[in-house]
Design a protein around this ligand. Sequence first.
Ligand SMILES: Nc1nc2c(ncn2[C@@H]2O[C@H](COP(=O)(O)OP(=O)(O)OP(=O)(O)O)[C@@H](O)[C@H]2O)c(=O)[nH]1
Length: 226
Amino acid sequence: MTPYPATLGVILAGGLARRMGGGDKPLLMLQGQTLLGHVKQRLAPQCGCVILNANGEPSRFIATGLPVVADSVPDHPGPLAGILTALEWTARNQPAIEWVVSVPGDTPFIPADLVERLHAARSTAQSAVAYAASGPQEHYTTGLWPVALRHDLRHALTVKGMRRVEDWAKAQGAATATWPIEPFDPFFNINTPEELDAASTMLSITSLLSRRFGNDGCGEQEDCDD
Ligand SMILES: Nc1nc2c(ncn2[C@@H]2O[C@H](COP(=O)(O)OP(=O)(O)OP(=O)(O)O)[C@@H](O)[C@H]2O)c(=O)[nH]1
């Protein structure tokens, strides 16, 4: 039983990965596991269920065991489309769940207390939404969004032409939850081959630390029917 309301997790993998040279960046391998596998392993214990937002042929993600949901608006308008897709999917398929947390598929070190602290931040600030920060850096795509705001978001995206998650989050009076960047940034994200190498080094260090000092909070998720 979590100390916060039931929350669906969406892993955002709908981008074009241009800086990586295209292809499915979340399927790149990081020490024997895909980036998606790392993200899922950290997110699943925090959420009632997890879905994958990705475009194109869904069968290439079959090994993840996650429901794959394509953008509900056309032409790759950016991560807001992935958030909208998850809010609408949840309203349709998991009507008892009122919250969605979004995490990019290229961020393999998300914290084990992500969802708990995002809920705490929006509840303390009495805000409708919350997003993550680390040190001075804000991570708008790692955020907590109420399913009830799906109509507002669809309007912002398709009628007003809004594109930046930052703009929509701030229009809702977003709260922020901030994590330290020492010993490393838990929202380190991978855009280039060099950053994939850096992540491998970071993973070696965290594995060593968790073997020495204990559990890293990873576990299994419940079933998530679509
Ligand atoms: N659903 C959806 N997600 C997107 C879209 N564009 C980007 N994203 C996701 O938003 C997050 C941040 O995206 P970016 O870093 O801007 O794009 P990227 O595809 O990861 O990489 P670049 O193309 O190199 O910028 C990633 O999780 C992307 O998968 C989109 O049009 N639709």
